[in-house]
Design a binder for this molecule. Structure first.
Ligand SMILES: [Zn+2]
Length: 426
């Protein structure tokens, strides 16, 4: 979300975008979820100059508009993080985002997977999470606009937890993927339309479930939550679940979505490559009309790719954006990769209102955890920034680990994704 400041970008993205965005007014976060974030400023079309000749006037120059999207993986709160965030007055997670809030805030629409209920009750860590209300507040303060609330931990506090979570999270963020009971009747199409600088973006989100009858999410009976949480079963994807997602994508398009983003919570934990199911679901989803596929859950990064659809469109897919913030550490798992994450940055250009191209870039991140002043600290490190001058890494002494994380992410994702690549719609 753009805030009251000039766009501060790295030298890389300045060179890449050659666009400076003026300051925008802060969004009214209490606005209706379908109407939020209407912005009046638009980027000037610097590439086309209108001719003053009569001849040229007849032929209208195409109108180009760009919106910048950003997405992050799993925002988790293990108990040591909750303890670290405790203050005299409550909880404060804002220090987690010190080095990434600039990138988040400069996006027109920033999304994150909220991998925990937020009931307002006593905080709990793994295996049945419950984060303090300060978490959605501080995600919002860092610049996030949207929380995906469909994942394997959404049932951790039972049916009532799904409902109180939405009430608490919606004070700060638009939620996608689950709903309140009172919305189940008038909410036939479980997608969200966000208006971003006048462009309608359709958001669809689904998590895997673990059986059909009764449906369970992480082994917890979710039948009472029924149609309140968007779930799919990998085995049923070819049949019934395929139709649900098709309906949502079609519904979003009928509602005017000019870009349809589908988020999946899927995959196998700690696998650094997508499996054949993820690949086939991604291909089907792209063929159904999705323009962009975002995903997480395996706790580690998986590569990004571009899918060619039957109708020859190019659809980027980020198979797993990894852990964004968590207490999973290399010491407690076999691999160091659980500490590594990314933000997917997508600058999406529309020509005369139609999707034209998407510049996609992987912004690599690494979670630093260190002990200082009698407590633990957690900080998401922007690995594109100068690591030698990072104050947190100086205190923690973990510059070598951060540099290793950058090498790992570059090796897995590929340099071209870290640099940014322009993907034309066709
Ligand atoms: Zn998960």
């Amino acid at each position: 979300m753009k805030r009251e400041f000039m766009k501060m970008v790295t030298a890389l993205s300045v060179a890449a975008t050659l666009v400076v965005i003026p300051s925008c007014s802060k969004k009214d976060v209490s606005a209706d979820v379908n109407q939020a974030s209407t912005k009046t400023t638009e980027k000037a079309n610097t590439t086309k100059k209108a001719s003053t000749t009569k001849k040229a006037k007849k032929k209208t120059a195409p109108k180009y508009e760009t919106i910048d999207l950003l997405a992050a993986g799993d925002a988790m709160t293990h108990m040591p993080q909750v303890v670290a965030a405790k203050t005299r007055y409550g909880y404060d997670f804002s220090g987690n985002f010190t080095y990434v809030k600039g990138a988040i805030s400069q996006a027109d629409l920033a999304m994150v997977n909220l991998e925990t209920p937020v009931t307002g009750g006593t905080p709990q860590g793994y295996p049945t999470f419950n984060a303090p209300k300060a978490l959605p507040r501080d995600l919002h303060k860092a610049g996030f606009d949207v929380a995906f609330t469909t994942n394997n931990h959404m049932m951790d506090q039972g049916y009532n937890g799904t409902q109180s979570t939405l009430k608490n999270v919606r004070q700060y963020l638009t939620t996608v993927g689950s709903r309140l009971k009172k919305e189940s009747n008038d909410y036939k199409n479980p997608y969200i339309i966000k208006k971003v600088k006048g462009i309608k973006v359709g958001l669809v989100a689904y998590t895997y479930n673990t059986s059909r009858k009764p449906v369970t999410v992480n082994g917890i009976n979710a039948s009472r939550a029924g149609n309140l949480i968007n779930t799919f079963n990998e085995k049923a994807f070819a049949t019934s679940d395929y139709k649900k997602i098709q309906n949502d994508i079609n519904g979003a398009k009928k509602a005017g979505a000019q870009l349809v983003v589908v988020y999946y919570h899927w995959g196998i934990e700690y696998q650094r490559q997508p499996n054949s199911l993820q690949k086939s679901i991604a291909k089907k989803t792209a063929d159904l009309g999705a323009d962009l596929i975002l995903a997480s859950h395996p706790h580690v990064l998986q590569p990004a790719s571009v899918i060619k659809t039957k109708d020859k469109r190019n659809v980027p897919v980020f198979y797993s954006m990894g852990n964004y913030i968590s207490n999973q550490r290399a010491t407690s798992r076999t691999a160091r990769y659980v500490e590594q994450g990314m933000m997917a940055k997508m600058d999406v250009t529309f020509k005369d209102g139609q999707l034209d191209s998407m510049k996609c870039q992987v912004l690599p991140t690494w979670v630093d955890k260190y002990y200082s002043g009698g407590r633990n600290h957690y900080s998401i490190i922007d690995l594109n920034a100068n690591l030698a001058s990072n104050p947190t890494l100086r205190v923690s002494g973990h510059r070598g680990q951060a540099a290793q994380a950058l090498r790992d992410i570059r090796a897995l994702m590929g340099s071209s994704w870290l640099k940014g690549k322009t993907i034309r719609r066709k």
